[in-house]
Write a protein that binds this ligand. Structure first.
Ligand code: GSH
Length: 401
């Protein structure tokens, strides 16, 4: 004990001991401070606990909600899968103002058609080209692409929609390819009425090959032969037509958006052309036009980047566009005719032409004319379409009858 006391005295005199004491004091102080802090922060930590509890509960509830919603939607999809939705007859005319009427004096079909469309939508152009080629008269309702109030009467929220007056009701036809097939079938043999033909094109609710849940008209490229075989087509031609119409929708059309909205500047040029060719200044108020151009151009410029990736286009998207045009032109060349259909355009000529017609004023189209041999075929189809239709336009004055 005495030795220990002596050691203590020696140590007290040394620097080392002083350091030791200081170190201990500082630990003591920091402990005191910490315990004080703990004391002061206690209510806060309770709050933290409360907040994290609330957070967890909210997260849990949201998670459960989301999971239940997913389960409900999966159940609904399961119940719907494989069901068939028939085409409908509309009892009352939609209360919409017509944008214009296209009158053809060679039309003797007696059909009363109203096309709900965007003037420069490729699917709508496809339908319009067919109507013009066959010289049919039709009314046009220009739909506002942002608000789409002109098709608020319809569950189908896309364009084109073709209404065909059947007695006092209206047959609703949706999907450009189905409209093309149905009208062509009807014009070949008028023995079956349009609303009867429409029953041959039911909508199936299904998962497609990409696993997406869709409402699809699976036979939309098929022509119907209720009584007779087409006189001017053999089976091989029918198959070819089917193949190229499908190619237009599944491949070619996907090269358009990334090209016409390639840069912000090009997107603006495209939308300004849309507004001009669609006569937006006549049909929509100024503020609506401005929203359509500015929101449309910006949104499509952004979206087109995603589309480029999704459809595996080349870095220089023009190259992908020219590649597909060249594939199409090569096929016509090896067939040896002016058109894929030979001396006259067939449904795939009209379809590809219609889709390209939707971008006729865009830089991408002008570039394609310079960099491919598109011009000869394109102008030949244009001549045929325009000469088949003797059209006169009237501007809007009336409502749908
Ligand atoms: N498969 C349809 C596609 C129609 C389609 O996608 N139309 C676009 C316009 S180009 C549309 O209406 N999209 C909905 C929207 O604008 O919100 C057809 O061939 O008619």
């Amino acid at each position: 004990m005495a030795a220990f006391h002596r050691l203590h005295i020696i140590l007290r005199k040394t620097k080392c001991f002083n350091e030791f004491i200081r170190f201990n004091r500082s630990i003591l102080n920091s402990l005191t401070i910490r315990s004080l802090c703990t004391y002061i922060e206690q209510p806060k930590s309770k709050n933290n606990f409360k907040f994290s509890l609330i957070g967890t509960a909210v997260g849990f509830a949201l998670g459960i909600g989301y999971a239940l919603k997913e389960i409900a939607s999966a159940k609904q999809k399961l119940a719907l899968e494989g069901t068939i939705v028939g085409t409908k007859l509309l009892k009352h005319k939609p209360d919409v103002k017509l944008s214009r009427t296209v009158f053809s004096h060679i039309d003797n079909t007696g059909l009363q058609l109203t096309l709900f469309q965007y003037q420069s939508c490729p699917f709508c152009c496809k339908v319009r080209v067919l109507l013009d080629y066959y010289g049919l008269s039709y009314d046009v309702v220009e739909v506002d692409p942002v608000f789409r109030q002109e098709i608020s009467w319809s569950n189908y929220r896309k364009v084109p929609i073709l209404l065909v007056k059947i007695d006092r009701e209206y047959q609703i036809l949706t999907d450009s390819s189905m409209i093309v097939s149905l009208l062509t079938s009807y014009l070949n043999s008028k023995s079956v009425k349009i609303n009867e033909l429409a029953k041959f094109y039911p909508t199936m609710v299904m998962y497609n090959e990409k696993g997406q849940f869709k409402h699809e008209i699976v036979n939309k490229y098929f022509l119907m032969y209720p009584n007779s075989v087409f006189q001017d087509k053999d089976l091989n031609h029918i198959n070819e037509e089917y193949k190229w119409r499908k190619w237009t929708d599944n491949v070619f059309i996907h090269t358009l958006s990334p090209n016409v909205y390639r840069t912000l500047k090009e997107a603006y040029q495209t939308f300004n052309w849309f507004s001009k060719v669609g006569h937006w200044d006549e049909y929509f108020p100024f503020w609506e036009q401005a929203i359509m151009v500015h929101v449309g151009a910006f949104a499509m410029w952004l979206i087109s980047k995603r589309l480029k990736k999704r459809h595996n286009l080349k870095d220089n998207v023009r190259e992908s566009f020219y590649d597909e045009i060249n594939i199409w032109l090569y096929e016509i060349k090896i067939k040896g005719g002016i058109f894929m259909g030979g001396l006259n355009p067939d449904l795939c000529d009209l379809t590809v032409y219609g889709v390209l017609n939707s971008i006729e004023g865009c830089q991408a189209f002008k570039d394609a004319l310079i960099n491919t041999n598109l011009g000869t075929w394109y102008n030949a189809v244009k001549e045929k379409v325009d000469s088949h239709s003797d059209r006169r336009m009237t501007t809007r004055t009336k409502y749908l009858t």
